[in-house]
Design a protein around this ligand. Structure first.
Ligand code: ZN
Length: 246
């Protein structure tokens, strides 16, 4: 199916059969960060009954243990850092939006590297596009599909960059790093800068962390479909999807 979207005196056309998935699979794996437990999927056990056909039952029924911030692609709202109970199910108001995808080449030594505005390589033309979502993809300095990030001080976003994105009206920030904050930043200053303005929580904003784009040669304007659970929590495992204009 083709979708046409008028934008800035142009018409953008997207093909829904050419979806590019950015969510890492929810699966048993050792992928983790912040010393949080990995995802664990296993058959339900109720008394003598086990939810596994392979173990003689009539159907497969799994329990899923997921710690969204710690083991895969997830989308979070300001409830991640607020005292008040803000949840993703109340934050999400838009599920299809135009986004801008940028590819960033990290320096050789990525340890505790703070991405700067100058890393963004975001052209003046892009700034005029009036979009509310940005997707930051970095080179595969580690195997992001299986990385164990804890205690490695992975790259994060500088305050300068977050303030720049705020000034450009970015409401949805997606990146393939474990967090926008440094691993050892207990105050989570980046999250506070993005989610708060004059002591007010910006409930409509979201951050998606640990998403993944295998193709490093694509960039620019795209159609973004946010896929999250309708969940009463600050964050949800997510599978954002993009479509490039054809
Ligand atoms: Zn998170």
């Amino acid at each position: 199916m083709k979708i046409s979207i008028p934008h800035n005196h142009n018409t953008l056309v997207f093909d829904t059969e050419q979806a590019i998935l950015m969510g890492l699979p929810v699966e048993n794996s050792n992928r983790e960060c912040f010393n949080l437990p990995p995802t664990h999927i296993s058959p339900v056990i109720v008394g003598r009954w086990t939810g596994s056909v392979a173990l003689g039952s009539n159907c497969n029924v799994d329990n899923l243990f997921i710690s969204p911030h710690g083991n895969g692609t997830h989308t979070e709202c300001c409830g991640h850092i607020s005292l008040q109970h803000h949840t993703l199910k109340d934050s999400m108001t838009q599920y299809m939006l135009l986004a801008y995808l940028v590819q960033i080449q990290l320096p050789e030594d990525t340890t505790n590297y703070a991405l700067k505005v100058s890393d963004l390589n975001w052209t003046d033309d892009a700034l005029k596009l009036n979009i509310s979502a940005i997707i930051i993809s970095t080179n595969d300095y580690v195997d992001k599909r299986n990385a164990q990030y804890s205690n490695t001080q992975p790259p994060y976003l500088s305050l300068e960059l977050i303030e720049f994105l705020n000034s450009k009206g970015i409401k949805h920030l997606l990146l393939d790093l474990p967090s926008i904050d440094a691993e050892n930043d207990q105050e989570m200053i980046g999250h506070h800068t993005f989610f708060k303005e004059n002591d007010n929580w910006l409930t409509e904003k979201t951050i998606t962390e640990m998403n993944y784009i295998a193709d490093k040669n694509i960039s620019g304007l795209c159609l973004l479909q946010m896929q999250v659970l309708n969940i009463d929590s600050d964050a949800s495992p997510s599978n954002p999807i993009i479509y490039l204009p054809i």
